[in-house]
Design a protein. Structure first.
Length: 276
């Protein structure tokens, strides 16, 4: 059976404490929390060592683990990875977030943050890839040093104009050529841009460039809140031997965040049983 980890921001937005988030996730059968740094404080890259220990202990006290970080720059609207005037501080923050992920016991960082990565006007694809490869090379090196994987997330064209397809993400990872840098598949974004997602999984996972999977629906709900073919996706994950946690990442609620989290994992586990 697959392991599932819960992205925590919807619970946090409802005012749930980290301890409450972890308890809810544990009760529902998740193995961990995938944390959005902005839910940990106003400057998560500056958390003290004791604060980091406390966060990790809170999650582990519920019988879970921190599996990774996502929404890396959502709390930093002033930063950019493509604007030369703002990218140096962005890289400094990301290097610290790599450390934070490792110190929390996480294994993966997911770089979405579309507002902080918009393509400069007039920049072509080759120039953009070279620019991003140079920007991320030190981040990838730090990821290797700390034993984590940093993933660029392909996003829909409605959100982003830099990395939109899995092929875009793979091209960037190949340009960086580091075992610490990969891309990932977000079912909602991929389902909008290049369905069917099951075929993307079969095509790209065996090549080793996919570091993470986010489970959601193209309607931005949890699995089970829409009509996406998650049964076929589950069969594809089983076929390729996926052995990492799958992050359940809804962006909107069915009744509330707890019901949404329950719907997501229940749907995926039901499809797993059906596929067995």
């Amino acid at each position: 059976m697959l392991d599932y980890t819960l992205c925590n921001e919807l619970l946090a937005e409802e005012g749930k404490s980290l301890a409450e988030q972890a308890r809810i996730a544990a009760d529902l059968g998740y193995v961990g929390l995938e944390l959005a740094p902005a839910t940990l404080g106003a400057a998560p890259h500056r958390l003290s060592a004791s604060e980091v220990v406390g966060i990790r202990q809170t999650v582990e006290d519920a019988g879970l683990r921190v599996t990774g970080l996502h929404w890396l720059l959502s709390g930093y609207p002033e930063l950019s990875i493509t604007d030369p005037a703002r990218q140096r501080r962005a890289r400094d923050v990301l290097l610290r977030l790599v450390d934070l992920c490792a110190d929390l016991g996480g294994a993966v960082l997911i770089h979405g943050s579309p507002k902080q990565r918009l393509r400069p006007g007039g920049m072509g694809d080759a120039a953009l890839t070279a620019h991003l490869a140079a920007f991320f090379a030190p981040v990838a090196a730090q990821a290797v040093a700390r034993g984590v994987t940093y993933c660029i997330e392909p996003l829909s064209r409605a959100e982003d104009n830099t990395v939109n397809t899995v092929a875009d993400g793979v091209a960037l990872a190949e340009a960086i050529a580091s075992p610490g840098f990969r891309t990932m598949i977000d079912m909602s974004a991929a389902g909008q841009i290049e369905p069917p997602v099951a075929e993307l999984i079969r095509r790209w996972v065996p090549g080793g460039m996919i570091g993470h999977i986010h489970a959601n629906d193209t309607n931005r709900g949890a699995p089970g809140m829409g009509d996406d073919p998650h049964f076929e996706i589950i069969k594809a994950l089983r076929a390729v031997g996926w052995d990492k946690p799958v992050g359940v990442e809804p962006f909107r609620c069915l009744i509330d965040a707890s019901v949404t989290a329950a719907t997501g994992i229940a749907t995926l586990k039901a499809y797993e049983r059906a596929a067995a």
